[in-house]
Write a protein that binds this ligand. Structure first.
Ligand SMILES: [Fe+2]
Length: 132
């Protein structure tokens, strides 16, 4: 799977997004082995979750430092995404997550969310940060 990641005018955001895309590739690679091998996929999901938590934190610091007006909206979306990813990761680690749901979420929903988040919230945020 090749993802076309939109470029933003803030370097750390691009670097973080490239790293997240590599981690998503690792999740996709581990997907066919679930649920027989849930540990490898759970580990890949945890790495993606941890990276996103750190990345969101960096964005939030930059938004606050530049007084980005819709900061609460973007931060809420980060929290919603972290809850979503944490729930998925816990279900995979426990082996209780339905395999068809896992394929749908990792194969389609997370990649779609990732690109959409960059094109909307991150795009607006990056342009604000770059000009303030
Ligand atoms: Fe973001």
């Amino acid at each position: 799977m090749h993802m076309e990641i939109p470029r933003l005018p803030v370097d750390f955001m691009n670097d973080d997004h490239d790293h997240a895309a590599e981690q998503l590739e690792a999740m996709l690679a581990a997907l066919p082995a679930y649920p027989a091998d849930g540990a490898t996929l759970a580990q890949a999901c945890r790495a993606f979750l941890d990276h996103n938590r750190e990345h969101f934190g960096r964005e939030e610091v930059a938004m606050q430092a530049t007084g980005f007006p819709p900061y609460p909206v973007h931060k809420n979306e980060h929290e919603r995404a972290l809850d979503w990813l944490a729930g998925l990761t816990a279900g995979i680690a426990a082996g209780s997550a339905d395999p068809a749901m896992v394929v749908r979420v990792i194969g389609q929903e997370i990649p779609a969310w990732f690109i959409q988040h960059i094109q909307t919230m991150d795009w607006a945020t990056a342009n604000w940060i770059a000009s303030h």
